[in-house]
Structure formats: structure tokens, C-alpha cells
Ligand binder design. Structure first.
Ligand code: TRP
Length: 381
């Protein structure tokens, strides 16, 4: 729960509200009961993308799933799925948030499928001590512009704004709520007597978009959810309820957390210096990269003598997962770092340029979207 932060301890904590400690993804997969992606699924994706696997999949930021193999099987039988992902609008968007969206856009492109995108302005109001409802509702529009700037097909992308929920959506949430006991929700999410009752109802609202496409189209539609693995507890509850309501269980494909700019830890909006926000000016984004943690040695001499440790270096991971698709170049970068040939300053400078361009281009696309345009994409009844 948000109150019980355990930042200092190194113990792994992964809940939808808190990610801290040293994350052991193999252990997490065991604990959550999900499945690691294998060569088999990757090979199928390679085929669908005509040999152009997304870097985030090829290099393993997306690493785990539930029933993704089933989604691919249904596809072979001619049954198309829909994508569902979302965002809790608690502030401005940062690079870490964009990661699953970038991957989701790739999935939309290669499979030509509909995307349902949930903006949980209710969740962020209910779970926050500080944010007013007006603030989360405003951030929902701002964040939606970032979503669209990633390049989704506006004709195939539908927003669900929780605070503007339709009667159909509400009725699905109520059906889910009736089949979820407090004791299950408490075991999965750690609710306490101090949790407000809105928090306790909320998991039914995050489950709802898993069934909405089927309800709207009048036939069962498989759902694939690309999201960071901390959201998995929601899908566990949803998957238990699905057969009771006559729907397919939603499938999920999970990513690891995108590293922040500080030492260890993910990119987290509560530590603004660890994040590149889409609202940062390109220059200030570039400066943040120049200040980022690399795990480099104390002096240039030491660095040359002992070499660097790319596995600990944020700059390396940014290149690895996002900015350097060339396998040869990334390998070279790694080896030259380890051997002490390549110095942190050089790597930072080169990444800073790339991030600067990335932010500038994102903003250019983002500026084309107005509140009115977002409004037109919100599902209304
Ligand atoms: N709970 C998510 C958050 O805090 C928002 C969300 C709603 C979501 N539905 C989702 C995220 C589906 C991923 C997939 O950010």
C-alpha cells in the first residue's frame, strides 16, 4: 500500500502502487505465476513482423506473459484480438510510461487491431493523498495527447476515461465487483481497514475494459494487455472472474521496469530528476542525461585502467532497449566500456543528442492534438 513505503530496504516489493528493492524478475515470475516468453513465441512474432522484431521484444524488456501463446493460436485460426492498455494520470508523462505504449503501437501496426486505452483518473484520485479529482481529470487529457503522439491509428484507438464512464462500462464493472470478494481483493492488493471503499471497488473498473470490446461487438473478443508486470495482480482477479461472466480470460504480455537516471530503481515521477518528461524542453532532457548515473569510476585514469560496468549503467540500458538497434554497435559499446576504451562522458554525450531529438520529435507530434480531438476518441454512449 502507498503508506507503507519500504524504500530503504533492498527487499523486492512489486505491487501496482510500489516498486522497490532489487528486482529479481525470475523470482517475480514465479511469485506472480506468469510465464517467461520463449523462443517459440518470439519466432511467431518474427514471422508476423516480417523479420522486424521490435527491439523491446528482441532484447527482452518484454519478457513474460499470460496466454500470449493462446492469442497467437487464435490468430492462426482467424480470430483477431483487441489490445488493451492504460495509464493512471497522476502527473506528466515520462519516458518510462512511453515504453509499453511504443510496444503497443508496434503490435497495433503489425496486427492491424483495435486498441482500448483506459485513463484511470478515478484511480489516481482515490489512491492519492494529494491530487484533486480535477487535477487527475486534467492530466488524463494531457497524457492522452502523449499516447497519441506515439503514433496510434486514431481510427482504431478508443479511450475509456473512467470519470466519463458509460452505462455499459459501469454495468460490466458491477458484474465483476459482484464476483470478487473482499477477501480476494485484500489478499491480492493488501487492502486494510484504512483503505477507502473506492479503492476496494477500483479493481473491477480496471477489469472492465477486458470485457468491453466483447460487449460492444456482441461476440467474444480475445484481449491482449501489454503492460509493466506490476499491473499483473489486476489481471489475476480479472481472469478468475472472466469464465463466470462467459468471457475469454484476458491475456497479457509484461515488461520489466524501465531504468531511471539515478542509481538503481525505475523511472519514477516521484523523483523528477530520475525522469525524462515529455514536457521537459529538449535541452533540459539532454542535460538530465549528462547528469545521469553510469556506475563509472571516480577518475578517468581509473576508468581507463579498470573499465566500466555497462550492466550497472543507465546510459547503456537506454541505448540497449531504445536507441541503438544495431547489435554490432551495442556489443562494441559494451566491450569498449568494459575495456576502458570508452569513457562515460562520450556515451552520455551521444545519448543526450538522441534523447534531445526524441523529445523534440515527440513534442512536435504531441502539439498536434487538442482536448477536442481527444474528446472525439473517448467512448461515449
Ligand atoms: N493502473 C494503471 C496505472 O496506475 C493504469 C491502467 C489501467 C493500466 N488499465 C491498465 C495500465 C491496463 C496497463 C494496462 O498506471
Amino acid at each position: 500500500m502507498p503508506e507503507e513505503k519500504s524504500k530503504k530496504s533492498k527487499e523486492m516489493v512489486v505491487t501496482p502502487w510500489e516498486v522497490s528493492g532489487d528486482i529479481d524478475y525470475k523470482k517475480l515470475v514465479k511469485k506472480f505465476g506468469t510465464t517467461l516468453l520463449t523462443e517459440k513465441e518470439i519466432a511467431v512474432m518474427d514471422k508476423y513482423s516480417k523479420g522486424k522484431l521490435h527491439l523491446l521484444l528482441r532484447r527482452g524488456l518484454f519478457f513474460s506473459h499470460r496466454d500470449f501463446d493462446w492469442i497467437l493460436k487464435q490468430l492462426e485460426k482467424g480470430e483477431k484480438f483487441a489490445l488493451y492498455t492504460g495509464r493512471g494520470p497522476s502527473g506528466h508523462t515520462h519516458l518510462g510510461h512511453l515504453i509499453p505504449w511504443i510496444f503497443t503501437k508496434w503490435l497495433q501496426d503489425i496486427f492491424d487491431v483495435e486498441l482500448y486505452f483506459q485513463m484511470t483518473d478515478d484511480e489516481k484520485f482515490l489512491f492519492s493523498q494529494k491530487l484533486t479529482f480535477q487535477e487527475t481529470k486534467d492530466y488524463a487529457y494531457e497524457n492522452a495527447k502523449d499516447v497519441m503522439a506515439v503514433g496510434f491509428d486514431p481510427k482504431k484507438t478508443h479511450f475509456i476515461f473512467d470519470s466519463q464512464m458509460t452505462p455499459t462500462m459501469y454495468q460490466i464493472a458491477v458484474e465483476v465487483a459482484k464476483r470478487t470478494t473482499f477477501s480476494t481483493a485484500r489478499a491480492v492488493f493488501g487492502f486494510t481497514n484504512e483503505s477507502n471503499v473506492g479503492m476496494i471497488f477500483y479493481p473491477s473498473i480496471q477489469a472492465m475494459p477486458c470485457f468491453l470490446p466483447s460487449k460492444l461487438k456482441g461476440k467474444n473478443i480475445p484481449i491482449l494487455i501489454p503492460a509493466a508486470i506490476d499491473q499483473d495482480p489486476y489481471w489475476r482477479i480479472t481472469r478468475d472472474v472472466a469464465p463466470k461472466l462467459g468471457y475469454y480470460k484476458p491475456a497479457a504480455i509484461h515488461c520489466k521496469f524501465f531504468p531511471g537516471l539515478a542509481e538503481g530503481g525505475k523511472m519514477s515521477a516521484s523523483e523528477p530528476d530520475s525522469c525524462i518528461f515529455t514536457t521537459d524542453t529538449p535541452n533540459s532532457a539532454s542535460k538530465k542525461i549528462m547528469r545521469s548515473y553510469t556506475g563509472g569510476r571516480a577518475t578517468v585514469e581509473e576508468q581507463k585502467e579498470l573499465g566500466g560496468e555497462p550492466d550497472k549503467c543507465n546510459v547503456y540500458w537506454y541505448e540497449y532497449y531504445l536507441f541503438e538497434p544495431d547489435d554490432k554497435k551495442i556489443e562494441e559499446m559494451k566491450l569498449n566500456c568494459i575495456s576502458g576504451k570508452l569513457l562515460c562522458g562520450q556515451c552520455k554525450k551521444s545519448l543526450a543528442e538522441k534523447v534531445k531529438t526524441f523529445v523534440a520529435e515527440h513534442q512536435e507530434r504531441r502539439n498536434k492534438f487538442t482536448d477536442e480531438m481527444i474528446d472525439k476518441m473517448i467512448i461515449k454512449e
